[in-house]
Design a protein around this ligand. Structure first.
Ligand code: SAM
Length: 278
């Protein structure tokens, strides 16, 4: 029995249900329930919130979220082998855990959730960035979620919170920081996971802002930022020349020197450029 919920320890769960980790599914499990409860706490006060979890696996973080008081957890898991272990957790927390068996890239979770909604996950590395970009670029803002508390490879976490002038600064930083507050709240060594991955990990906490920091059309901003960072070592007048024949004049109208490189352009300047190009 384990301290936080009376369910068996995770090593036992994995042995009972024969959950040997599959690399193809990005399976690096967290087996320390004190650690998963600590990650759940980074999401803030969960009482009165529904939590969407992607990839619960054997359920370590799921148990952390429930023990920390989430009103309901909706967990989407692709690996059917995990379902019996998750059913045991659902039984221990009647009415508070719903599991959907499927691919998080294909399932629409909204019908199963009631706002306010937090998203908390130890994401599979192969779909983590794609899911984050989807959550950051909905058709309407504010989005369906209030906060995102997500485990990534350290290098991806650094790209999300990066500031201009750093190597990690790029599309993810601009998309994330335009409409959310983003910070790294926890760092984890490979040894925190079973099996240990090759690289370190970090938990990023994002809180959706009620409105974007600076006005801009989302599609135009995305196009500008993608083009600028696709050729990040080029001067912007060259990297962006496909966007408008008079790109130099538009850069200047946005207060950006045409000889600048994407890495030096602030979020505010990117938004000004998106407006100048709209
Ligand atoms: N949350 C567990 C933990 O912290 O120990 C497992 C995390 S493990 C890094 C990622 C989990 O995501 C695995 O359980 C894997 O089966 C699942 N997964 C991988 N791809 C998925 C997808 N497309 N949709 C839903 N789950 C997925």
């Amino acid at each position: 029995m384990s301290g936080i919920d009376g369910l068996p320890p995770l090593r036992e769960v994995i042995a009972t249900h024969e959950l040997s980790a599959k690399k193809s599914l990005g399976q690096n499990f967290l087996l320390d329930l004190n650690l998963t409860a600590k990650i759940a706490r980074q999401a803030g006060d969960l009482s009165g919130m529904d939590v969407l979890e992607i990839g619960p696996g054997p359920g370590g973080l799921t148990r952390g979220l429930l023990a920390e008081g989430a009103r309901k957890v909706l967990a989407i898991e692709k690996d059917r082998r995990c379902l019996p272990a998750l059913a045991e957790i659902a039984e221990a927390y009647p009415g508070r855990l719903e599991v959907i068996s499927g691919d998080a890239l294909e399932v629409d979770p909204l019908a199963h959730l009631t706002p306010p909604i937090a998203i908390c996950a130890n994401l599979p590395y192969n779909v983590g960035t794609e899911l984050l970009v989807r959550w950051l670029t909905p058709a309407e803002w504010p989005p369906f979620w209030t906060t995102l508390t997500l485990m990534f490879q350290r290098e991806v976490a650094e790209r999300i919170v990066a500031q201009p002038g750093s190597k990690a600064y790029g599309r993810l930083a601009v998309l994330a920081q335009w409409r959310a507050e983003a910070r790294i709240v926890l760092s984890l060594p490979p040894s925190a996971f079973t099996p240990p991955p090759k690289v370190s990990s970090a938990v990023v906490h994002l809180r959706a802002l009620p409105a974007p920091r600076f006005p801009a059309d989302q599609a135009v901003l995305e196009r500008v930022v993608a083009a600028a960072f696709n050729q990040r070592r080029k001067m912007l007048r060259a990297a962006l020349k496909g966007l408008a024949p008079d790109i130099e004049a538009r850069l200047e109208a946005a207060g950006i020197a045409p000889t600048q490189r994407a890495e030096q352009v602030s979020l505010e300047q990117f938004c000004a450029l998106a407006r100048a190009l709209a």
